[in-house]
Write a protein that binds this ligand. Structure first.
Ligand code: NAG
Ligand code: NAG
Ligand code: NAG
Ligand code: NAG
Ligand code: NAG
Length: 563
């Protein structure tokens, strides 16, 4: 076709804005706190942009995820390979050709694709990118705890209308690298008695969750697990070794990671990165561990997207991935959220278990046209990942039962409707909870999270050679839960079963069997008179603060070991 909006007739009309569309009209375009502009980027500077190409058969993919994840389905556990997934979702020939033609006409260099063909990562100069993405204006910014540089456009971009059915969005323009919300809390008052522990260490975790010395990886399978780091978060191998020297005395473990994917910079170790590696390898002890280290270090890349590209470009991956990244759901464009959600479906179809931290702001809070509401976070709110909330010991110095950690992220998505697997559990919570916040604060029809929880309060972490106490956040509970799922995968693989894969349909069907139900405490939210800082409260069974609860390892293993 050679209408006025075809790619050929385009350049002239683009300028007039008639033949273009805005793929992400709802993406937040404000500078995050703590970042400042250093002015316009040099027009000759090279940018790396990621083009998300329209996929095919997404409905079929979602049916397959359901079939391979539902224990009552005849296809349960019959996961797809990356090549199967590629066969299914690969963009049409028309899409591939149209986008390639457009990019090469603009002078895009060295575009790299992935096995599923649905992403292209290309190099362009700032000048070329501003011509290609009309409206965009690239500036250099600096911010974040490590004074990271980022080249971004805070002006929206438009694409030729002829691409509307071929491109979901362009990455590397708008979203800033996420910052860890892990914090060190003030030390609680230590009571002067003996028989107490002084913060959470691997032995405290292993004791509370009933792990024995035998509950470690056997080395007889190729089972492995991974955590992903963003924004210049590095772990140091020497910190991990020292951590294991200090705290790894009573369980068999590996003292080094098996593989670092991506650049492992020489900067200072990050607290978040140190914590993730140290606790993933203490809970999932003696299991081969990969670290995705700050992928996408180039200033124009979105590290989280780069990680997703890596997942779509390698067929043999660890079975369990834990990630502590999150953004406010409302700050992200619908196009981005929906597409990232499809990436999670691709992983689920392959039998990968993705665990995300539920966030560290309780129910959250923001104001929409002058009215307060809770603020869900994404990817925690995706129906295709398992989201991990946080708890504290009832008595902070004893290995007792757990209560809500008030920071534990939880709530209801405003984007994703409630998936069928949690229909009954969520309805039952909404019908029976005696402390529901006003209904104007949350969207009761949305996907509710978290799904599970673990201790998130008072961890010891070794970072930059220093043991640091009282580190808290759901970034701590997530690798702990992930490590335990890896131990369960180990048993399943030894018995010839497939790995757990996407856990939620099974978890909800089993009504949280094998988990300690957390029934006491509420998390934080808006500090106003209406709710007085309180969000949701936990209760018997599932709740949007601690999900189904925290792991009782032997019981959980028993319910999950067989197909
Ligand atoms: C994906 O892997 C292939 C083969 O290893 C490589 O050539 C390509 O550059 C990779 N894609 C990206 C986006 O890194
Ligand atoms: C696990 O731990 C709980 C509480 O710490 C305890 O009551 C229970 O007996 C332990 N063992 C098993 C097999 O559940
Ligand atoms: C730990 O893993 C190694 C292989 O990495 C294996 O040789 C060893 O037997 C394992 N230890 C235990 C107690 O299973
Ligand atoms: C893991 O084991 C499976 C089954 O034996 C095998 O097909 C696969 O190639 C192995 N993966 C790696 C990374 O060794
Ligand atoms: C509530 O959630 C649904 C999805 O479940 C969504 O379609 C709707 O727009 C949301 N409402 C608001 C006010 O965000």
């Amino acid at each position: 076709m050679r209408g006025p909006c075809s790619l050929l007739g385009l350049l002239a009309l683009l300028v007039a804005g008639q033949c273009s569309y805005s793929p992400e009209p709802d993406q937040q375009l404000t500078l995050p706190p703590g970042w400042v502009s250093l002015g316009r980027a040099d027009p000759e500077e090279e940018l790396s942009l990621t083009f998300a190409l329209k996929q095919q058969n997404v409905d079929r993919l979602s049916e397959l995820v359901q079939a391979v994840s539902d224990p009552d389905s005849p296809r349960y556990g019959k996961h797809l390979t990356l090549e199967d997934v590629a066969e299914l979702v690969r963009p049409s020939q028309l899409t591939l050709r149209t986008v390639q033609k457009w990019l090469s006409a603009a002078g895009a260099q060295n575009c790299r694709s992935v096995t599923t063909r649905d992403f292209l990562a290309c190099w362009l100069s700032v000048r070329q990118a501003e011509l290609l993405l009309s409206g965009a204006e690239f500036h250099r910014y600096v911010g974040g705890p490590a004074e990271t540089h980022a080249v971004r456009s805070l002006r929206p971009y438009r694409l030729p209308k002829a691409l509307a059915s071929h491109v979901d969005f362009v990455g590397g323009l708008h979203r800033f690298p996420p910052t860890s919300t892990l914090r060190q809390r003030p030390e609680p008052q230590v009571p002067g008695t003996t028989g107490l522990h002084l913060g959470v260490t691997p032995s405290v975790i292993r004791k509370r969750y009933n792990l024995t010395a035998q509950d470690v990886g056997s080395g007889a399978t190729n089972n492995s697990q991974a955590c992903a780091q963003f924004l210049e978060q590095y772990f140091h191998a020497s910190d991990l070794a020292e951590f294991m020297r200090l705290f790894g005395g009573n369980f068999v473990h590996q003292a080094a990671v098996a593989r670092v994917v991506g650049p492992q910079g020489r900067g200072r170790a990050g607290l978040e990165a140190s914590l993730d590696v140290e606790y993933l390898m203490s809970a999932g002890a003696n299991i081969s561990t990969w670290v995705y280290s700050s992928p996408g270090r180039h200033e124009s890349q979105e590290p989280f997207l780069q990680w997703l590209l890596l997942l779509s470009n390698e067929s043999a991956l660890p079975q369990v991935h834990t990630v502590s990244y999150g953004d406010d759901e409302d700050s992200l464009s619908g196009a981005y959220i929906q597409r990232v959600n499809v990436e999670f479906m691709k992983a689920a179809a392959r039998g990968l278990t993705l665990l995300f931290a539920s966030g560290d702001s309780g129910a959250g809070c923001w104001s929409v046209s002058g009215r307060h509401q809770f603020r869900p976070s994404f990817p925690a709110s995706s129906p295709y990942v398992t989201t991990v909330g946080g708890t504290s010991f009832q008595n902070p110095f004893r290995i007792t039962s757990e209560v809500v950690d008030y920071i534990s992220g939880g709530g209801f998505s405003n984007v994703f409707p409630r998936p069928s697997y949690q229909e009954e559990a969520v309805a039952s919570y909404l019908n029976s909870s005696p402390h529901l916040p006003p209904s104007s604060y949350f969207n009761a029809s949305g996907r509710a999270y978290p799904d599970v929880a673990a201790l998130s309060d008072g961890y010891w972490v070794v970072s930059n050679h220093v043991p640091i106490p009282w580190v808290s956040g759901t970034s701590a509970s997530t690798p702990v839960f992930g490590g335990l799922l890896s131990l369960i995968n180990e048993h399943r693989i030894l018995r010839g079963h497939p790995p757990l894969g996407f856990l939620n349909p099974r978890l909800y069907k089993q009504r949280g069997a094998g988990l300690f139900d957390v029934t006491r405490g509420c998390h934080e939210s808006c500090l106003n008179e209406e709710v007085e800082g309180q969000g949701f409260c936990s209760g018997p069974g599932w709740d949007p603060v601690t999900g189904w609860g925290t792991p009782n390892f032997p019981a959980l293993l028993k319910t999950l070991i067989d197909p």
